[in-house]
Design a protein around this ligand. Sequence first.
Ligand SMILES: NC(=O)c1ccc[n+]([C@@H]2O[C@H](COP(=O)([O-])OP(=O)(O)OC[C@H]3O[C@@H](n4cnc5c(N)ncnc54)[C@H](OP(=O)(O)O)[C@@H]3O)[C@@H](O)[C@H]2O)c1
Length: 262
Amino acid sequence: MGSRIALIGCGKMGRALLDGWVKSGIKSIIVVEPSGIKGAPKSVRVLKKPGRELKNCDVIILAVKPQIMNNVCKALKPHLAKDALILSIAAGRSINGFKKLFGASQPIIRAMPNLPASIGKGISVAVASSNVKPTQKKIAAQLLAAAGQVEWVKDEKLMDAVTAVSGSGPAYVFYLIETLAKSGEKAGLGKALSMTLARQTVIGSAALADADKTDAATLRKNVTSPGGTTAAALEILMNGEMQKIFDRAIDAAKKRSQKLSQ
Ligand SMILES: NC(=O)c1ccc[n+]([C@@H]2O[C@H](COP(=O)([O-])OP(=O)(O)OC[C@H]3O[C@@H](n4cnc5c(N)ncnc54)[C@H](OP(=O)(O)O)[C@@H]3O)[C@@H](O)[C@H]2O)c1
């Protein structure tokens, strides 16, 4: 990639992206991070605050907390080229909001990655402002690919549902491990063994779903013999409240995302 890129904020998510870029051989990276970064790769230039070095950057990746985004953008603006692509990964920060901060002609991409990005197994969903060029979109996709799979949507409103499903989703899966382990304890297993079984079952099933590529419903049917133990449990899960609880949970997260975006 010939683009010169600047990463603003190198915390959990920024660092995950940076490590992925360095691994995939991307050079010309500037990082702006007030406290510096530990073990900065040689190809990366670290600045403690924005400076004129940013004028030559083609893509500016915003990876600071949403609460400080306005101040960070105001400090950045004088140092950026007018056609530099702004790629934000901040939750709840809209394209329109960035247009207000940088000007209507600045090309903006808003993306929502998720936590497994830190091991390159995340999923990011992105939406671009209408003035983003196809080449810029391609570069953004390459940069986000360092964190895992990339999907695009055209309607920015969908980002609230995306946040509810994949942005917050890893926590639901961790909670599934917790609940399964607790049920195992109630069924007579020791705490440690029950947690090991629950954890490894989720890890193994996710890996199998990934390797097999068959849809989830078919995988489930394949392991459910009529009248067997799995069928007995699924009868409770599927005839009960599980779907309704998930619908309510996703709706709550979506509404919270909408509120935070205002
Ligand atoms: N973590 C996730 O799972 C996740 C998922 C999706 C989206 N995101 C989004 O990713 C963004 C970053 O989240 P995170 O979890 O990586 O947060 P984080 O770990 O707190 O990282 C933010 C970094 O920005 C630095 N920073 C503070 N002020 C700065 C400034 N003026 N200029 C440049 N850098 C500055 C912080 O340094 P100090 O620590 O020294 O203040 C910190 O290293 C957020 O907008 C969040 O919504 C995160």
